[in-house]
Design a protein around this ligand. Sequence first.
Ligand code: GYE
Length: 327
Amino acid sequence: MILHRMSAVVAGVVLLGGAMAGCGNGNQVSGGTDDGKITLGFSQVGAESGWRTANTKSIQDSAAAAGVDLKFADAQQKQENQIKAIRSYIAQKVDVIAFSPVVETGWDAVLQEAKAANIPVILTDRAVDSQDKTLYKTFIGSDFVVEGQKAGDWLVKEYEGKSGPVNIVQLEGTTGSAPANDRKSGFEEKIKADPKFKIIASQTGKFTRADGKEVMEAFLKANPKIDVLYAHNDDMGLGAIEAIEAAGKKPGTDIKIITVDAVKDGMQALADGKINYIVECSPLLGPQLMDLVKKVKAGEQVEPRILTEETTFTREQAKEALPTRKY
Ligand code: GYE
C-alpha cells in the first residue's frame, strides 16, 4: 500500500502537466441560479462517528465561508448511495465533485463518467485503488499507514523490557475502507518484529460506538486475558470502554487502549485515564478543500496528494489540549 501510494504521487505529478479542469458551466446549475457561484457536489460517507460529524461541519461551514454552492449527500456508509449521488451531480453538471469514498475498490466506472463529462473530481479523506490517476485531480487527507505505525510504536515502547505474551484485540474500521486497511497494516508492521505481541482477535466495529461495544463484549467473553485494545477510531474505543466496565474491568488499567482520531470525547477519556494513547487524525479538511475546488475550477495545477498534519496525544497532552479542542 505504501508503494502504491508513492507511485500514485509520481504518476499524478507527471499527468497533471496536461490536465485542465472543469468546463465553466457553473451558472447553469444549482436550481437555475445565475450568481456565478461555483457548485460543488459532495458525497459524504455517512454520520458514523464524531470524526465524521466534525468533518461534515468543516465542509459545510467552509463552503458557506468561501461562497461555494454546496450540494451535500450522506451515503449512510453505502457505496451504491455514493455512486448514485455522484451520477446525480454529473447529471446536474456541477462544477466540481468531491467525495470521501467509503471503500477503496470499485470506483473506476463512475469516475470515468465524471471525466467524460469534464467534471473534475477531488478525493477527500479516503483513497481509491484506481490505477488510472487521471480520474481525479488530487487526494487530500491523512496517511493512515503512518497513523497505524504511530499506534504500534507507542505499544512497542510501552512494553519495552517487559515479558509477554501481550494479548491484543483489534477493532477494525469499516471493512474495505482505506483507514481500516491502512491502520491495520501500519500497526501490525510495527509490532510484528517482537513475537510477544499477539493479536488474538480482530474484527470490524464499523467505526461506530454501538458496534465497538458489541464486538468488545464478544471479545471479552471469548478471551479471559486481554492486555491491549487497539481501536481504529475513538468511537469504537468509547463503545468498548462501556463493555469493559460492564465486565467489571478497568479500561486504561486492566486493558490498555489505543485509538485514532482525537475527537473531544476520546480526548476526555484519555484525560480521565480510560484511554492510554490517541493518534490524531484531523477532520478539518473543509478550508483546504474549498481552496482546491476553486483552483481546479480555474484550471490551475494542484498537488496530486495533500497530506494533513497530525500529532499524537498522551494523557497529559490531552488534558492540556482539551480546553481549546474544536471538535
Ligand atoms: O477515523 C473515523 C471515521 O475516514 C479518517 O472515518 C476517516 C475515519 C475516521 O468514521 O472515525
